[in-house]
Design a binder for this molecule. Structure first.
Ligand SMILES: Cc1cc2nc3c(=O)[nH]c(=O)nc-3n(C[C@H](O)[C@H](O)[C@H](O)COP(=O)(O)O)c2cc1C
Length: 237
């Protein structure tokens, strides 16, 4: 049942925002009549970190940082992150992750990756110490057939990497906003590899030095869906 409320709610909110921005009389009626339903539904779905009763853990402390200091990241520390990635679970233990890294102290490499990021990401990612490009090996080592779980497993390894970074007091920010085709070619990946994400890694910097719109984004409450909205007891279906 909750699943139905979910999709209904999404449709209503979308329709409502279209009408609202359209500012038609129909939109206003629609907005007023459905507002209460939407808010009730949303209130049961959304929880901010401030409201959460969860204890702070490395998992909740990780956040997508945008204020990086210009400090160098020692190679040993970088490899501690890869060590954490290495121990991720993977289908058939294929370990289909690949990580390409560009350090800011190697300007040619760093700028080559930085330039392929979406403009909105470049603004803050330029201050990161390292840009890590994760990639998925799409084919199974043993059979050459498609590895259906490749992207999943790259995500698992990347999560390990970011949680370990948090544990070490580092800041991270994953990005999907980059030119995948150019990244693939620039990093000389062959056809069996696919670039998945770019992860900015570094030390937390001074948020007050960021442009105001980024400060606003950083200071906004961290919002998550309530557990009830994405878990389903099979016994109740
Ligand atoms: C695969 C992926 C792609 C993302 N792409 C971008 C991006 O291009 N730019 C950006 O600013 N944040 C990006 N993010 C960060 C998300 O916006 C962020 O994780 C989400 O809003 C939750 O915030 P939190 O990471 O601080 O908890 C991406 C995250 C993931 C996992």
């Amino acid at each position: 049942m909750s699943k139905h409320i979910d999709s209904d709610c999404a449709v209503l909110i979308y329709a409502q925002s279209v009408c609202f921005f359209d500012s038609s009389p129909y939109g206003l009626f629609f907005f007023m009549s459905l507002n209460k339903y939407n808010l009730d539904a949303l209130n049961t779905k959304i929880q901010t970190m401030e409201q959460s009763s969860d204890k702070q853990t490395q998992i909740t402390m990780r956040r997508s940082e945008m204020a990086f200091s210009l400090k160098e990241l020692p190679t040993d520390t970088l490899f501690e992150l890869f060590e954490a990635a290495r121990w991720a679970a993977s289908s058939y233990n294929e370990q289909p992750w690949r990580f390409y890294y560009a350090k800011r102290e190697d300007p040619e490499a760093f700028v080559a990756v930085l330039n392929l990021l979406a403009e909105g990401n470049r603004v803050w990612a330029k201050d990161a110490s390292v840009l890590i490009v994760s990639a998925a090996k799409k084919e199974l080592h043993r059979t050459g057939r498609q590895n259906f779980y490749a992207m999943h497993d790259v995500g698992m390894a990347t999560a390990n990497l970011m949680i370990r970074a948090t544990e070490l007091g580092l800041a991270t920010h994953p990005m999907g906003g980059f030119d995948h085709k150019l990244m693939h070619d620039t990093l000389m990946m062959d056809d069996t590899e696919y670039p998945v994400a770019v992860i900015a890694v570094g030390y937390k910097g001074n948020a007050a030095a960021l442009p105001p719109e980024l400060q606003k984004r950083l200071n906004a409450p961290r919002v998550r869906s309530n557990i009830e909205s994405f878990t389903f007891d099979v016994n109740d279906l």
